[in-house]
Design a protein around this ligand. Structure first.
Ligand code: GRF
Length: 190
């Protein structure tokens, strides 16, 4: 059984969706959730799902050694960033090469980079007059929102759409595709 850890900073609706998807799997499971914010609602979801969770401070995360030990002690094979706002340090990437995937709520390379997360992304899409948005799922490197793109899906953006409208369409794409794409990546590993 492959073991997945999810890193999240906020609500964690993607984390819950992914955990539920893999509940049905005899191949992989979400066995650990890490949040960098003790108030993150993802911790409530973890409790409800019966998944072990931990909170790490920003400095502890950036220093990486403790986090790597926590992950290795639990035999974690693969890491999913689902609404996780910190830049992943090189040490952690080196400990999990090609095994850390992120979802970005827009069509990279547009609307990515430092500070481009959550509603800010959807606001930028509307302000630019884009006619489409979507999701990008990518294996990360040491830069915000770079690395190897594995999957993109698009949704239309209407001239009347607000950032909240775009967010709703993008969330629907995330829930539909992210678990399947993770499943596929896992099957292609080693
Ligand atoms: C998602 O839109 C994700 O793409 C972005 O942050 C949001 C997190 O939502 N990176 P949730 O915490 O999974 O509900």
């Amino acid at each position: 059984m492959k073991k997945i850890a999810i890193l999240a900073s906020g609500s964690g609706s993607n984390a819950e969706n992914i955990a539920n998807y893999f509940k049905e799997s005899d191949y992989a499971q979400v066995s650990f959730i890490i949040a960098n914010n003790p108030e993150a609602y993802v911790l409530e979801r973890a409790k409800r799902l019966g998944i072990e969770s931990a909170v790490v401070s920003k400095s502890e995360f950036m220093e990486a050694d403790n986090v790597i030990s926590m992950l290795k002690e639990r035999d974690i094979d693969f890491i999913v960033l689902a609404g996780f706002l910190l830049l992943v340090p090189q040490k952690l990437i080196a400990a999990y090469p090609g095994r850390i995937v992120n979802i970005h709520p827009a069509l990279l390379p547009k609307h990515g980079g430092k500070g481009m997360y959550g509603d800010r992304v959807h606001k930028a899409v509307v302000e630019c007059g884009d006619t489409e948005s979507g999701i990008t799922i990518h294996i990360i490197d040491e830069h915000y929102d770079k690395g190897t793109t594995c999957f993109q899906a698009k949704c239309p953006v209407l001239p009347t759409d607000t950032p909240d409208d775009v967010a709703a369409k993008v969330h629907a794409l995330e829930y539909e595709h992210f678990p399947h794409v993770i499943d596929e990546i896992l099957h292609n590993l080693d």
